[in-house]
Design a binder for this molecule. Sequence first.
Ligand code: T5A
Ligand code: NA
Length: 210
Amino acid sequence: MSSVARRGRGILVVFEGCDRSGKSTQCRMLVDYLKSIGRDVAHLRFPDRTTAIGQSINDYLQGTTELEDHAIHLLFSANRWESVPRIKQLLDNGTFVVVDRYAFSGVAFTAAKGYDVTWCKNPDRGLPDPDLIFYLDISTKDAQTRGSYGEERYEKAEFQERVAEIYEQLKSNDWKVVDAMKDKNEIHEEIRNTLLELEEQFSKTPLKRL
Ligand code: T5A
Ligand code: NA
């Protein structure tokens, strides 16, 4: 099969959406699928709780520490920046990079606290710009019915409503909006078909920056 042949750079795919919209589920399914057809693929998630910065973020999210709003925003951004060398190297090597949350989560969650969207975007300026953004669209009411909603800092209905409003402002025409209430297999098929359709086009286009 020609599917294993190197076709230029890898594709940067990002999943975004409110808490419990099914991002991690779809990332896993996409990564498994790409592996099953013989592609090189890396699975990243933000926050990356494994680094020193990520551990501070984890403590904040779990409520064991408090951090000033601007300071935690910058830590979330720094946690993405510390991955940039790896992301670039993977893409240069022709590896698919599938990412669970990215800069748009950073903006949506801080702006939902009432901060200026432009200020929120600034620290992430210059990060690799995703080729494809899948937005898993779910109402707060539906999200709340899913497992363990309400355990971490931002998992409150009223706050999630604000997050969804900011995502609406951030969304551009090229975001792929997916109905997150469909069956997970149906969603997966939609996502993989879109990716396979656009893969060749993106692999020949230079990576842009946010
Ligand atoms: N954050 C993050 C910031 O404030 N700034 C930032 O810069 C970044 C990057 C942690 C928090 O950090 C904030 C945002 C978050 O509040 P996280 O670690 O990604 O972010 O959060 P998690 O708790 O891991 O994940 P989410 O709550 O966002 O859930 P997912 O990944 O969207 O959903 P998933 O796949 O785990 O599914 C949730 C449940 O629904 C079921 C699953 O089985 C699971 O039980 N499910 C479905 N059920 C029915 N139909 C479907 N189609 C389903 N798909 C999944
Ligand atoms: Na998740």
